[in-house]
Each structure stands twice: as structure tokens, then as C-alpha cells.
Design a protein around this ligand. Sequence first.
Ligand code: ADP
Length: 215
Amino acid sequence: MALIRFSQRQEKIIEIVKRAGPITSENIAQQLDLTRATLRPDLAILTMSGILEARPRVGYYYKGNNVNTLLAEEIKKIRVKDIKSVPVVIREGASVYDAIVAMFIEDVGTLTVVSEGGYLEGVVSRKDLLKVTIGQSDPKQVPVGIAMTRMPNIVITTLEETVLLAATKIIEHQVDTLPVVKTFLDDKGKEILEVVGRITKTNLAKLLMEFGEGR
Ligand code: ADP
């Protein structure tokens, strides 16, 4: 089932019909300062997707309770705090060898690198570690700091952010994991990020599975 994303104009039409329906296409066109002909393809899309229904001689009315809309509304309610996992962290000074062992023991593909106190410094992925070990360096001698991606280049999420936004960040930045952080200001007014969890592609797959099973 495809989740439909409407254009800005289509969203505006939905708003108008929600507010003023039943309403003729002529009236919708007037409100948007467009011609009826311009609106025709938009109205066709909106009726075909079940958002609007057209009644002869009455006009368009809102019928947005179709499966896609309901599912989208449900998904938008879910927050990062509802599905996050516990963080799996390592210190920057730990060796690449330790990081590899931690990945096996904790069964994760990404470690969050933190300073003393659990503040976000970076992220180290499987491929980051492969890259340094393929260079024949001794993984016991090389620190994680050499291999990791550092702040401020880390894409993060927060407890209250929607899962939809977190998933969008994961796809857009092509990463497997986002650290979940709480933001504080230190004594000097500098922003620091405490790591309180992680969101992974597995969390998202589990959520999809639960939806599919009707939970
Ligand atoms: P892998 O490298 O094992 O395929 P990713 O696709 O998650 O795993 O990581 C790709 C690159 O992006 C790595 O260099 C990693 O350090 C970095 N990275 C991973 N997660 C993040 C993140 N949340 N923000 C910024 N960079 C990240």
C-alpha cells in the first residue's frame, strides 16, 4: 500500500473542502484564484485516492477516512521515545579492537561514541571500522577516534520527535542509526547532548511488523 503524499495545492483543496464542503469545483477554483481546468487533475487525484467524493449537482465533500489517511495519522502519533532502543556506547580512546568486540557482544552495527558523563561525541559504524582495519593497522593500537564520524556532523533525534521524522532523517542521510539525545546547557552556556537511546532501522522494521499484525 502506497502512502500518498499530496502536493501543496492538493493539501489546500483538502482544507477548503473540509471547511466548506460540499462545495463545487467552481467555488474551490475561485478560492484558490485558479481556473476549474487547472484544478481538474488535482480533483481527479483526490477523488481517486478516496480523500474527496464528488456528488453530482452537490459538489465535493471530504471523505478522508480512507485507509491511507488513517494509517498516516496513526503513524504521525508515534514518537521516538515509544520505540527507541537503549544506547550502546564506547569512549573515543577505546581501541578499534574493543569497538569490534562490543559490536559482536551487543549485537549492534553502530556504536555511539560518548565522553565522560555520556555526552555525544560521534558515531562509529561497521564500515568505519573495516576501513581502518583494512589498512593493516593493528586494531588494538588504533583508537576509535580515528575511525568515527564526529559532531557536529552527527544526525540526531530527540525523545519527543516523531518516528516519521526520524525515519525521514535515516533515509535522507543514508545512515542506519540515529542517537537519541537530550539537550542541556553547561555552566558556560554551551549546548551539550546527553545520549539517552538510539533509533535503528530495526526499530522501524519492528514497528512496521506490529502495524502489519494489527497491534
Ligand atoms: P555502515 O558504514 O556500516 O554502512 P552507516 O550507513 O550507518 O553504517 O554509516 C555510514 C557512515 O555514516 C559512517 O561513516 C558512519 O560513521 C556515519 N554515520 C552513521 N550514523 C550517523 C549519524 N547518525 N549521523 C552522521 N553520520 C553517521
